[in-house]
Write a protein that binds this ligand. Structure first.
Ligand code: ZN
Length: 276
């Protein structure tokens, strides 16, 4: 066979595989067969048994590596914003259907490295990691159990939102259109001792209708479709708490009219549908 014909067949074979949606890694894994088929002129067929197990494992490993990096990045972000003083706060993300990747207990969120993260099962038992599981994992697991759409949870102690939570005040006055659009309202869960099962139970009734919750005399928890989404909801919560505080200091806050709130809620529903 002329070398030009061989190159043409190889190119054609490679192109048809990519067009068929076969991952490049699979192509690279089968160069000899690719060459053989191209030389013989036989139509190439992907055999599912080829490398599937190995590639699935590699994909899972890649996902874990990426999520470990993301957890470290968003932990640092939480710390830089002043939402996690000392060793306060914890973040987690779904690794797969049966496992959660989470920040460990007793560590500065600023200093956490990807290798510090721990993996637990859906009962909070440690599956992997050199550090211990946070005592607040139960709250994270309650959220994952009740909200199958949630992929990540951020728990922190942002100062102004925590101050409202410590005064027994929810952030549910419709003062800002943006807040009603983004989060609806932010309710207050009754006090429960951190690290106990009661903490998860205290937020459970609020989970179906909210993505951000104040924890009385404790802090706040937010959750969403990924870590960035959950983190931005935490930022929005603290920002709204600051606005509420400022309006109280300035005096005579003027909440939105009911009709305006209804319109914003309708817009929010449309916005959420577009996000799906
Ligand atoms: Zn806490």
């Amino acid at each position: 066979m002329k070398s030009q014909t061989l190159i043409f067949r190889l190119a054609l074979a490679g192109y048809s595989r990519i067009a068929a949606g076969i991952p490049l890694t699979k192509l690279l894994d089968t160069p000899q067969r690719l060459l053989r088929d191209a030389v013989s002129g036989r139509p190439w067929q992907f055999r599912p048994q080829d490398n599937v197990v190995r590639i699935d494992a590699a994909k899972l490993e890649l996902r874990e590596t990426e999520l470990r990096r993301e957890l470290a990045r968003f932990s640092k972000w939480t710390s830089r914003l002043g939402y996690a003083p000392g060793t306060a706060g914890n973040l987690s993300v779904r690794l797969d259907k049966e496992r959660i990747l989470a920040t460990p207990t007793g560590c500065s969120k600023y200093l956490l490295r990807p290798s510090d993260m721990v993996i637990t099962d859906l009962d909070g038992h440690l599956l992997s990691g050199t550090r211990n599981v946070t005592s607040e994992i139960g709250m994270h697991l309650t959220i994952y159990r009740n909200r199958p759409d949630v992929e990540a949870v951020v728990h922190a102690h942002p100062p102004i939102a925590t101050a409202f939570a410590s005064c027994g005040l929810a952030l549910d006055t419709p003062l800002c259109a943006e807040l009603v659009m983004a989060l609806g309202s932010i309710p207050l869960a009754p006090y429960a001792t951190p690290g106990t099962e009661e903490l998860g139970a205290s937020i459970e009734p609020l989970l179906p209708d909210h993505d951000a919750i104040l924890l009385a005399n404790h802090g706040a928890v937010t959750f969403g479709k990924d870590l960035q989404d959950a983190m931005m909801k935490m930022e929005t919560t603290e920002h709204f708490a600051q606005v509420c505080l400022a309006t109280c200091e300035i005096g005579s806050p003027r909440p939105l009219e009911n009709t305006a709130v209804d319109q914003l809620k309708q817009a929010r529903e449309k916005y959420l549908k577009n996000c799906q």
